[in-house]
Design a protein around this ligand. Structure first.
Ligand SMILES: [Zn+2]
Length: 121
């Protein structure tokens, strides 16, 4: 039987968005408490009864998140323009190789916003 899991993480990071016009507030260096949600999909392990251990997922993604937490995202190779869109793609590409069941990454830069990658067709 197939299920979908979602696990949430938080990082505190600084960024500026160089693609924006002078005077836009997000062009200035500022901080966010990003909420990152990982969506996994797959078959329930018949013996254990779950898709994957939440603790093990957390341990697996920790090294990736550590490169972002309390860092200036613009200084991370590949995140020179660290919009939430680029951050979602970056996280998906870096975590998918570690967790094959990953189907989507969701990035919220505020409680009222969310960016998802990849999107369902
Ligand atoms: Zn921002």
């Amino acid at each position: 039987m197939k299920v979908e899991l979602k696990q949430h993480f938080r990082i505190e990071s600084a960024r500026s968005l160089p693609g924006l016009p002078e005077g836009h507030p997000c062009r200035r260096l500022h901080g966010h408490s990003f909420k990152i949600s990982l969506v996994l999909r797959g078959e329930i392990d018949a013996k254990i009864g779950w898709l994957r251990d939440y603790h093990e997922i957390a341990r697996t993604v920790d090294p990736v998140l550590k490169t972002l937490d309390h860092h200036v995202l613009n200084e991370v190779p590949g995140l020179e323009n660290p919009t939430s869109e680029h951050l979602a793609i970056y996280l998906y590409e870096n975590i998918k190789t570690l967790i094959p069941q990953l189907v989507q990454v969701q990035v919220s830069e505020t409680p009222d916003t969310e960016c998802s990658y990849p999107i369902a067709h």
